[in-house]
Design a protein around this ligand. Structure first.
Ligand code: ATP
Length: 353
């Protein structure tokens, strides 16, 4: 069973530093998502692990074996692409067995293997159907079955849901994860969609500008972002300017016309990150004025203007707010994650590019 190790990998295209000194370990059976904005280097990293690109520096290992110079066809990796690349004129079975056929391996064994794969992805009954006759989910399952005829238990998925209607794509996420887990595959999935990443991943690798910013479970990254960019890219957050000053054994944190006591930090300028579900709108705390209110079904969202800043609260629907209504917002010190105010400015630190 495959585990994958990427050691000090860099990739330059002329002046473009697509990847810079990437280190990553993917364990057997893990479902890993490479997440980051467009152009951050996700696909380049996937292609280097797949053998389609050679790294400028660094090594790739599968099962402890250095495969950096091994051609892609010898790496035994299954692929699922954005558009599935299914052949419209071939039926389900012929699409599944396409790989072995073009490699001259149209044996009874590969035909049995293809039948087995279709059974595993619950498409055995649609053996004769053409891709256009299948639902989006079935097409996706077919793409997985075809990828598995390589005999690999290492599956790469490059934006596998982005060609689908957003609602269907969202519905298919958990189904896809379940199938991949049931088949005990090791999966590396590339996406720029944070909700998709949260829903399918055991482990998320957040990439920005060719560097790994953080690796962790969805929960670890959401609750404990390593920096302002990660806090911004994964989930919603309020970013509030704050100043910390000494106060005996503790510190005073000034923010939003408000002061709270926090455990000791170095005095100075900070950005306080608070998730919207941790912000309470009520009677105590900093007073402000409702600038926006939205009912979103089970949850509602209110934006409160306080001086030059705005704070967003998300809460179970029930209470409604009028624009211009006077309210107070508060949150607990333990729900504040503090980051030193960035030298490059807050806007630049959060910039998604
Ligand atoms: P997207 O989500 O838009 O697909 P990505 O995160 O997958 O983006 P990559 O495709 O890995 O990003 O690209 C990373 C950087 O490398 C980009 O600046 C891109 O322009 C550059 N790049 C990728 N392939 C090439 C190439 N063949 N020649 C030159 N530059 C390239």
């Amino acid at each position: 069973m495959p585990d994958v190790k990427v050691v000090n990998v860099s990739k330059f295209f002329g002046n473009i530093k697509a990847l810079r000194d990437i280190n990553l370990e993917i364990k057997d059976g893990e479902y890993v998502v490479l997440l980051g904005p467009s152009g951050c280097g996700k696909t380049t990293l996937l292609k280097i692990i797949a053998g389609m690109w050679e790294p400028t520096a660094g090594k790739v290992y599968i099962d402890g074996k250095d495969i950096t110079n091994l051609p892609p066809e010898e790496r035994n990796i299954g692929f699922v692409f954005q558009n599935y690349a299914l052949f419209p004129h071939l039926n389900v079975f012929d699409n599944t067995i396409y790989g072995p056929v073009v490699r001259g391996k149209d044996s009874e064994e590969s035909r049995n293997n293809a039948r087995e794969m279709l059974h595993l992805v619950r498409l055995a009954a649609r053996h004769d159907a053409f891709p256009a006759e299948l639902s989006g989910g079935m097409q996706q399952r077919l793409a997985v079955a075809r990828a598995l005829t390589t005999g690999s238990s290492l599956l790469f998925l490059d934006e596998p849901l982005s060609a689908l209607d957003a609602k269907i794509g969202a519905e298919l996420r958990s189904e896809m994860r379940k199938m991949i887990k049931d088949l005990k595959l090791t999966a590396i999935h590339v996406t720029h969609n944070q909700d998709e990443a949260m829903e399918v991943a055991d482990k998320i690798v957040v990439i920005r500008r060719g560097r790994v910013e953080q690796v962790g479970s969805p929960e670890e990254i959401y609750r404990n972002p390593a920096n302002l960019f990660v806090a911004h890219f994964l989930g919603d957050a309020n970013f509030i300017e704050a100043a910390a000053s000494d106060y005996g054994e503790r510190c005073k944190l000034k923010l939003l016309k408000w002061e709270m006591e926090i455990p000791k930090v170095k005095p100075g300028a900070y950005v306080a990150v608070v998730r919207p579900e941790k912000v309470e709108v009520g009677d105590g705390g900093a007073d402000g004025i409702v600038k926006n209110f939205r009912f979103l079904g089970g949850l509602s969202y209110v934006e409160v203007g306080i001086g030059n800043e705005s704070v967003i609260s998300r809460f179970p629907s029930g209470r409604e707010y009028e624009l211009g209504e006077k309210v107070c917002v508060c949150f607990k010190p333990e729900d504040v994650k503090l980051f030193k105010y960035p030298d490059e400015g807050l806007k630049e630190a959060l910039r998604v590019d």
